[in-house]
Design a protein around this ligand. Structure first.
Ligand code: PLP
Length: 366
């Protein structure tokens, strides 16, 4: 059996109604900041529960523009998690700030108990990453931000509809950034991103920043970027957004199936599943003994298991100038040797998931 990682073929196999919407849209020529985009932004804000949602051209730009709008720039330090995806750090570097890392814990999010030790007089912002669909402990992080007068931009790119104490990812900080990348839980047919915020002035500034700083056709009030979410992608987004809840619910159910079965194997450790958290499983990761051998065994048997990631961002060659070394973030380092990701998306069949579970069990039976 083959258990593929990407489900894009299945997802868009049967979408004649979406093609119809696109056929109706194209003759309007309303391609930039068009009506479907405004509609999508309204629906997105409603979905997350914020006053504003601003469509931009990627998840990376959602973070970059948020930092810029909040006044983060050269000379500033931004604290994020040592195990994050490159884009978080790319956004910090793009505004000229310095990334400073804090180790994660076994929920793959920043260990907030280690945060204060990383704050210096140059710290300007915190960028917690709700990695894999888990939530950073924002109950503890926000008071620290307040105490030190720091702005907070949540990297919620992997955690749409993730929540802590019933409060959604993206709604805790000054702004939250989401990605609409094809492999994210709410996806379009290209790159795309969304920023959410309750702050009117910040929303106004972000709308300027994404569109060259143009207040109107002839007035440039600040130097901005070309970072609009394509209106044609908003048509796709409007088709998918009503399914978002269903998508995360199915992923949660799939993860439960895996948890129930894999927890019976003594060589597999399931990460903590806090009851006050809604984890939406953008990635389904467990800790495995003899991980490299298990990975190979699964791949050889047609299961596209993966490792997110084998080398943490803080040890990548592009950041060598930071002078960080293996061992600086021991939990992130340990994870690189024992984490394994299995497909967990909403299009998996029960047979495919059973095959994954059986294959892992077979490996450990030897
Ligand atoms: C995907 C992702 C991003 C960036 O999103 P893009 O839309 O690909 O630019 C940022 N942070 C994290 C944690 C992500 O997973």
């Amino acid at each position: 059996m083959k258990v593929r990682y990407s489900y894009l073929k299945q997802q868009f196999d049967d979408c004649e109604d979406l093609w119809q919407k696109l056929r109706e849209f194209v003759p309007t020529g309303d391609f930039t900041l068009g009506k479907p985009l405004t509609e999508f932004e309204g629906r997105f804000a409603e979905l997350i529960g914020t006053k504003h949602a601003i469509g931009v051209n990627s998840g990376t730009d959602s973070l970059k523009l948020s930092l810029e709008a909040l006044g983060v720039g050269p000379g500033d330090e931004v604290i994020t998690a040592a195990n994050t995806f490159v884009a978080t750090v790319g956004a910090i570097c793009a505004v000229g700030a310095k990334p400073v890392f804090v180790d994660c814990d076994d929920t793959f999010c920043m260990d907030v108990s280690k945060l204060e030790a990383a704050i210096t007089p140059k710290t300007k912002a915190l960028m917690p990453v709700h990695f894999t669909g888990y939530m950073t402990d924002m109950r503890k992080l926000m008071p620290i931000a307040k105490k030190h007068n720091l702005v907070v931009v949540e990297d919620a790119c992997q955690s749409i509809l993730g929540a802590l104490d019933g409060r959604n990812a993206g709604t805790w900080g000054n702004a939250g950034g989401f990605s609409l990348h094809p492999l994210k839980n709410l996806n379009v047919w290209s790159d795309g991103g969304v920023i959410v915020t309750d702050d009117d002035a910040l929303a106004d500034k972000l709308r300027l920043l994404r569109n060259h700083g143009l207040a109107d056709r002839d007035t440039v009030v600040l130097m901005g970027h070309n970072s609009r979410l394509d209106t044609i992608q908003a048509v796709v987004g409007n088709w998918i957004i009503p399914k978002t809840k269903q998508i995360s619910d199915q992923r949660i159910a799939n993860a439960k199936f895996y948890d129930d079965h894999l927890s019976k194997l003594q060589q597999i450790r399931i990460p903590p599943r806090p009851s006050d958290m809604r984890c939406v499983y953008h990635l389904y990761i467990v800790f495995a003994e003899r991980r490299d051998e298990l990975l190979k065994f699964c791949v050889d048997r047609g299961i596209e298991a993966k490792v997110h990631y084998p080398v943490p961002i803080y040890r990548q060659p592009a950041l060598a100038h930071l002078g960080l070394r293996e061992g600086d973030f021991p939990v992130s380092d340990a994870h690189t040797t024992n984490i394994i990701t299995f497909p967990c998306d909403q299009h998996l069949s029960p047979e495919e998931m059973q095959y994954v579970v059986d294959t892992v069990a077979e490996f450990y039976r030897g």
